[in-house]
Design a protein around this ligand. Structure first.
Ligand SMILES: *[C@@H]1O[C@H](CO)[C@@H](O)[C@H](O)[C@H]1NC(C)=O
Ligand SMILES: *[C@@H]1O[C@H](CO)[C@@H](O)[C@H](O)[C@H]1NC(C)=O
Ligand SMILES: *[C@@H]1O[C@H](CO)[C@@H](O)[C@H](O)[C@H]1NC(C)=O
Ligand SMILES: *[C@@H]1O[C@H](CO)[C@@H](O)[C@H](O)[C@H]1NC(C)=O
Ligand SMILES: *[C@@H]1O[C@H](CO)[C@@H](O)[C@H](O)[C@H]1NC(C)=O
Ligand SMILES: *[C@@H]1O[C@H](CO)[C@@H](O)[C@H](O)[C@H]1NC(C)=O
Ligand SMILES: *[C@@H]1O[C@H](CO)[C@@H](O)[C@H](O)[C@H]1NC(C)=O
Ligand SMILES: *[C@@H]1O[C@H](CO)[C@@H](O)[C@H](O)[C@H]1NC(C)=O
Ligand SMILES: *[C@@H]1O[C@H](CO)[C@@H](O)[C@H](O)[C@H]1NC(C)=O
Ligand SMILES: *[C@@H]1O[C@H](CO)[C@@H](O)[C@H](O)[C@H]1NC(C)=O
Length: 693
């Protein structure tokens, strides 16, 4: 136990320390060489539609959010941006548009990942870009529409086109390409992809294998050609440990998707711990957060598991959460290409718990030491489980040796996520007085749940803007005639869950409309989508109960869907295991029938009937749901007024198609009974703190 307590002054900071925990100095030493090369810290946009609500943020708030993510020396200063290569199918929080919905066309204005990459590059020209498919359009999936690898030429051509579009249309150079997110990989495809890239002027594009666990390592050890094709191994949720086979390949090892944890201060603790421990335990040289920014409706799956949160384009409200500042502790004082010091010479665990990593600039002159002392219960990530361990406050002494022996002072940046057992206030990324280095020795007292950077780099900035507008619920009256968009964009706030919806100019009188583009079942990624052939697109507020939704719609003359719907009280999106329920008014123009159903699959029929005759392709449909009744009209003629099931009680508004195929939508109008503001407040972190009895 504690053998004594002494108050000492360390660089002007009074701190309590416990002599029992004072350990031998930890050497920081380059004289025996370096460890691995640092490949950066990044975030993922996609997998899927995680940036959807950021796109139409009002300025200046949109730029502010982008600055917190990407601007060097400001916030997270991300070094890698990994994006989804949209595949027209659900990939968790929605579906992202493919550049080739069909084999016979291509278009590089769809979706928002191009825009996001351009914004990131504008702020940091050195940011690395990494593309990865989650789903593929059906034609890439071959005859069975579920296996992209039956003919590797197809996916290689598809991905090559994406790279070409990035370059030709947006002047974007992609640095890394993945295979298929968390699904089977094909060795023949990986080899063909390498050859295709090399033959087409993309030999600079490196392949990451295989965005699953470490399984590709064994294949690489047995297959030299595969080893030559794959630049590095990307594992998801490695739990800070790599695998002996992966080490044996000699490849750079990445946590190419990690984190996924609610972004309160426990999330910040998780992120701080794994950023260090992925190298300390696993020799991983890059860690990429799913997701970069939580910009999808509450409560779609994994709400707020991004580095920060921006879910209100209608107000501009956003929240910079602790993972932004935890990221800054490393990214603001390093660059890709810096080198880690060796284990035991600048990298390791502290004896009292916690860890440190040291990184050195390519010229060997700059040194950055990142320390974390996250306690077990304040750094739990959602996966994998975290074995118990203890962290105590402790005095840490570093002994600077080799090239660093002459350093006399280190700049210091400090965060504390929790203040002992009481509530969090959280100190985030504060500059402290520099620490003196005396005869190569530097001492500091570290407490629990801290992140500290000691560095010779003099930059660093805790970027800030005036507070954004306050949070408000989604507007209860909402109209869009879709005239205000460039063609091929996705309409604002309509969060496509399955299928792909884009603005098309059909000429007078409707001009710009929203068109559902997907003609056949994609190579799906979300389970629920594999069991349907329908598209669904959500908008509004999950807590809406009473709502009127109205729109004009027209089934495509060619390749049209068998029908379409408007819906209210829709309880979920496409990324969950069960299909959505709600009140769905389906219109089948060709059969001249309507069907009111309690679910997306229209299996829970409520009422049905004949449509009044119509001379037009375009028809107006209106659904009102109020208390226990629903009423509907078609071209202002009454269809029904009936009792509806008590559940779901509330939910989103939605539009969509019955089968895959074209439907055009125009003049969407929503009027809802106002509800209280739903933005989930930061959780009370005391809930997470479970002191042992
Ligand atoms: C394309 O981007 C590069 C930097 O990556 C820049 O040097 C070049 O001028 C750009 N070309 C055009 C046409 O904008
Ligand atoms: C560091 O400490 C953690 C927690 O006790 C432990 O799981 C891990 O194996 C240690 N790593 C090394 C490299 O000593
Ligand atoms: C990481 O690399 C160090 C040598 O730099 C080695 O001692 C350690 O065993 C490696 N870790 C793993 C998990 O292979
Ligand atoms: C943590 O400390 C407690 C109390 O000293 C001890 O009972 C427990 O075994 C320790 N846990 C680990 C994983 O060392
Ligand atoms: C901790 O938080 C709770 C709920 O927010 C509050 O009631 C309480 O006063 C706080 N306690 C301290 C010590 O700040
Ligand atoms: C979807 O449509 C395809 C082709 O029309 C059909 O083979 C498949 O069974 C359908 N899937 C479901 C779940 O209905
Ligand atoms: C309709 O589908 C066929 C292939 O089935 C395709 O050749 C044609 O271009 C499509 N037309 C439109 C307008 O989508
Ligand atoms: C619906 O009817 C139109 C015109 O009668 C026809 O061109 C189209 O192929 C039909 N669509 C479907 C899905 O049956
Ligand atoms: C539907 O019927 C209820 C009574 O059952 C009535 O209160 C309501 O006004 C009707 N709505 C419409 C749109 O006719
Ligand atoms: C919707 O309202 C209910 C009841 O007020 C509340 O418990 C729930 O958290 C709200 N939903 C969301 C997504 O905030």
């Amino acid at each position: 136990m504690e053998s004594g307590r002494v108050f000492i002054a360390v660089a002007g900071v009074w701190a309590l320390f416990v002599t029992a925990h004072a350990a031998k100095p930890y050497p920081i030493d380059d004289s025996t060489g370096y460890g691995r090369t640092f490949d950066g810290i990044g975030g993922i946009s996609g997998g899927g539609a995680t940036s959807k609500l950021l796109v139409n943020y009002p300025q200046p708030y949109r730029d502010q959010v982008l600055d917190f993510l990407f601007k060097p020396n400001f916030g997270a200063a991300l070094q890698i941006l990994k994006v989804e290569i949209g595949g027209d199918a659900c990939s968790t929080d929605g579906s992202e548009a493919s550049h080739m919905h069909n084999s016979w066309e291509e278009n590089y204005q769809r979706g928002y990942e191009w825009w996001l990459m351009l914004e990131a590059k504008k702020r940091n020209p050195n940011i690395k870009l990494y593309g990865l498919p989650w789903a593929f359009p059906g034609w890439v999936g071959g005859p069975t529409r579920d296996n992209p690898w039956t003919d590797p030429e197809r996916p290689a051509y598809y991905v090559l086109n994406w790279l070409r579009g990035a370059k030709a249309v947006h002047n974007l150079t992609i640095d890394y390409l993945g295979i298929w997110n968390e699904r089977m990989y094909s060795i023949p495809y990986i080899k063909l992809l390498r050859k295709t890239l090399d033959d087409n002027g993309f030999s600079n594009v490196k392949i990451v294998g295989a965005d699953k666990k470490w399984e590709i390592a064994d294949d690489i050890l047995q297959d030299e050609e595969l080893g030559a094709a794959v630049e590095n191994i990307g594992c998801h949720y490695p739990g800070t440990f790599s695998d002996p086979s992966a080490m044996k390949t000699g490849k750079q090892l990445w946590a190419s998707e990690d984190y996924s944890t609610f972004n309160d201060n426990v999330g910040g603790g998780c992120w701080g711990r794994i950023l260090n421990m992925n190298y300390v335990n696993g020799n991983m040289t890059a860690t990429i957060s799913w997701n970069a920014i939580a910009s999808y409706y509450n409560p779609l799956p994994w709400f707020r598991t991004g580095l920060m949160t921006a879910v209100e384009p209608w107000t501009g409200n956003y929240a910079v959460e602790s993972p932004i500042w935890i990221t800054a502790h490393t990214t603001q004082f390093t660059e890709i290409g810096w080198r880690y010091l060796r284990h035991g010479a600048g990298v390791g665990n502290f004896t009292g718990g916690g860890s440190y990593v040291s990184l050195v600039s390519p010229d060997g002159k700059d040194l950055t030491i990142v320390i974390e002392t996250m306690s077990h219960d304040h750094s739990i990530c959602v996966r994998p489980p975290l074995e118990p361990y203890n962290v105590t406050k402790q005095r840490v002494t570093f002994q600077l040796k080799g090239s660093f022996a002459s350093i006399t002072s280190l700049n210091m940046w400090y965060s504390r996520l929790f203040n002992g057992a009481v509530n969090v206030t959280g100190t985030m990324f504060e500059r402290q007085a520099p620490l003196k280095v005396v005869n190569g020795m530097v001492q500091l007292d570290v407490a629990v749940d801290e992140a500290i950077t000691l560095t010779t780099v003099s930059g660093g900035q805790k970027g800030s803007y005036p507070p954004p507008p306050s949070s408000q619920p989604f507007p209860s009256t909402y109209n869009d005639d879709f005239e205000g968009y460039p063609e091929h964009m996705e309409p604002n706030n309509l969060a496509q869950q399955t299928g792909s919806f884009e603005i098309i100019d059909v000429g007078s009188p409707h001009n710009k409309v929203v068109r559902q583009m997907v003609l056949s079942q994609p190579v799906h990624w979300c389970k629920a989508e594999g069991r349907t052939n329908r598209s669904i697109n959500l908008i509004g507020n999950y807590n809406w109960t009473d709502v009127t939704v109205q729109m004009d719609a027209k089934v495509g003359e060619v390749n049209g869907s068998s029908g379409y719907f408007v819906a209210a009280r829709v309880d979920r999106g496409g990324g969950e295991s069960d299909q959505a329920e709600g009140i769905f008014l389906y219109i089948f123009p060709n059969k001249s029938k309507y069907h009111l159903s309690g679910d997306f699959e229209h299996k829970k029929g409520i009422t049905e009937g004949e449509l009044p005759s119509s001379n037009s392709d375009w028809n107006n449909v209106m659904l009102t749901v109020q208390g226990g009744t629903a009423s509907g009209t078609y071209n202002n003629q009454k269809l029904f007024n009936v009792s509806i099931p008590a559940n779901p009680k509330y939910g989103f508004v939605a539009i969509g198609t019955d089968s895959w195929g074209i439907v055009d939508y125009d003049n969407l109008m929503i009027k809802a009974k106002p509800v209280a503001n739903l933005r989930q407040k930061p959780k009370d972190n005391t809930l997470y703190y479970k002191p042992k009895a």
